[in-house]
Design a protein around this ligand. Structure first.
Ligand code: AHR
Length: 504
């Protein structure tokens, strides 16, 4: 019989998790902003027009940071359009997504929404149609206390205190031909370094994310990263990675292996960062911001059929299946396994647009299947990642070989004396027996084993059946003197939580 074995030890650590690994993303796209976070005519809207049913779900996820306002949108955005009296704000043709942008939500409203959602803003500047000057004005508008043109303009708009936005993205996917102001690596490197320089002159406390390739399949990857970092190395702190996976051909075994591509992507970008570090004889290390990641493919045809130039059209409204949630679990494990270098992660996106949260304009909000692995990782993954030895049966697929049936990562939450094992069984048919030997945790007992499983891999949560795919308690784990034995259901995401037995 197939069985997986894991050995871990409290002393063998990878890194302490930066909580920003559980970030997300809201773009001015589809119904993410209008009809998602903001809908003044909705019964749940608060005095600022924010949907409180959506806010409740965002808070439940404990998202520490939200990237904004794009995405492709940011490459044509004039941030000044979204500040000041609402009645004076222009309606613009939004070229990236072929919609009409009303600008009823802008930087200040989004900052207020983030405060209500208990999260921080990760702000992107437009380096497509604009450049360093607009970027440094935005930093001054947001972060400078007072006494200058832009900071006093913010105050005159009603926001007396600076927004204190710490993390800033230098544009979005600038290697993509679909981007307004698409650039070569040399052009972008020069634009980014000049923007970075003046942004940090305005506020030296900010951190900057420079654009890496739009995905690992881009023709210039990874030379793009090397060239861009050669220009910007001394001024930036992170380089971005983006990836989306889909199961278009219905080959689920192959689809579930896609997180191996994510592993390889992270390891390649880390190598490029360290290559440039070596070349520059630098003592500084550039870390990774995986600021767009998810499953995205279900809605492609519906989105393509939408007529241009409406406001808040239902674009990119993927309805996620159980198997998507399992891959999202694998992707979270990939991020955690690389927590030594990946410091920021943004599940793209948060509401309605390829999102864990759906919000009906005429009704309520609900949790998609992918909500759950993200929730568990966010709640129980903020600790020290341990380096396990994993011995798993393997399988081959069209695009991958040696794919382990078991994907797993342990995270130790020292303050709570808690050890969490995040585990996926990729086997579509069979339960996977598991034994984990816990070095240094012999006095730990089982808190709970939570499993996300479903007999139908294509099962979804919808407005009529919002609780079709939900986590359940599993009775299939035992812990005895430092050994966990468990059975992992076919195609399942599992969270096994342990705690020191005499913890109070
Ligand atoms: O998240 C949807 C889109 O995917 C973003 O706008 C873009 O950056 C990426 O290509």
């Amino acid at each position: 019989m197939k069985q997986a074995r894991v050995v871990l030890d409290r002393q063998y650590t990878i890194a302490s998790v930066d909580e920003r690994l559980f970030g997300s993303f809201i773009e001015h796209l589809g119904r993410a902003v209008y009809g998602g976070i903001f809908q003044p005519d909705h019964p749940s809207a608060d005095e600022q027009g924010f949907r409180t049913d959506v806010l409740d779900l965002v808070r439940e996820l404990r998202v520490p940071t939200v990237r904004y306002p794009g995405g492709n949108f940011v490459s044509g955005y004039n941030w000044e359009d979204g500040v000041g009296p609402r009645e004076d704000r222009p309606r613009r043709l939004e070229l990236a997504w072929q919609a009409v942008e009303t600008n009823q939500v802008g930087v200040n409203e989004f900052v207020d929404w983030c405060r209500k959602a208990h999260t921080d803003v990760m702000m992107a500047v437009n380096l497509g149609s604009r450049s360093a000057d607009a970027a440094r004005s935005l930093v001054e508008y947001c972060n400078h206390p007072k006494g200058t043109y832009w900071s006093d303009l913010r105050r005159s708009h009603g926001w007396e205190m600076p927004h204190a936005i710490k993390t800033w993205c230098l544009g979005n996917e600038m290697d993509g031909s679909w981007q307004i102001g698409h650039k070569t690596a040399q052009e972008y490197g020069r634009t980014a370094v000049e923007a970075a320089k003046v942004m940090k002159w305005v506020d030296p406390s900010i951190e900057l994310v420079v654009c890496g390739s739009s995905n690992r399949g881009m023709p210039e990857f990874p030379q793009w990263e090397a060239t861009v970092l050669e220009h910007t190395y001394d001024l930036v702190d992170y380089i971005s990675l983006h990836t989306y996976y889909g199961n278009r051909d219905g080959d689920t075994a192959n689809f579930l292996a896609r997180s191996l591509d994510m592993d390889a992507f992270i390891e390649s970008v880390t190598a490029v960062c360290d290559f440039v570090k070596a070349k520059k004889r630098s003592r500084k290390t550039i870390n990774l911001s995986f600021d767009e990641w998810n499953v995205w493919f279900h809605s492609n045809e519906e989105t393509a059929a939408i007529e241009p130039w409406s406001t808040a059209p239902p674009q990119l409204e993927d309805v996620y299946t159980h198997e998507d949630a399992v891959l999202v679990g694998c992707m979270l494990i990939s991020l955690l396994k690389h927590a030594d270098r990946v410091k920021i992660g943004c599940l793209a996106q948060l509401v309605n647009v390829i999102a864990p949260i759906m919000a009906d304009s005429q009704g309520g909000a609900w949790r998609q299947t992918i909500f759950y692995p993200f929730l568990h990782a966010s709640l129980y993954g903020r600790g020290t990642v341990l380096q396990p030895i994993v011995n798993s049966p393997k399988y081959d697929t069209k695009d991958f070989s040696e794919v382990p049936l078991l994907e797993m990562v342990p995270v130790f939450l020292e303050d709570n004396e808690e050890l969490t094992l995040f585990l996926v069984n990729r086997d579509l048919e069979n339960t996977l027996p598991l034994e984990v030997t816990l070095g240094g945790f012999e006095d730990y007992g089982l808190l709970e084993h939570v499993v996300l499983r479903h007999d139908d891999p294509k099962a979804t949560n919808t407005r009529n059946r919002p609780n079709n795919v939900v986590p359940q308690r599993s009775a299939s784990s035992q812990v005895d003197a430092g050994t966990v034995t468990a059975s992992l259901a076919p195609l399942s995401w599992n969270v096994i939580r342990l705690q020191r037995s005499d913890h109070h």
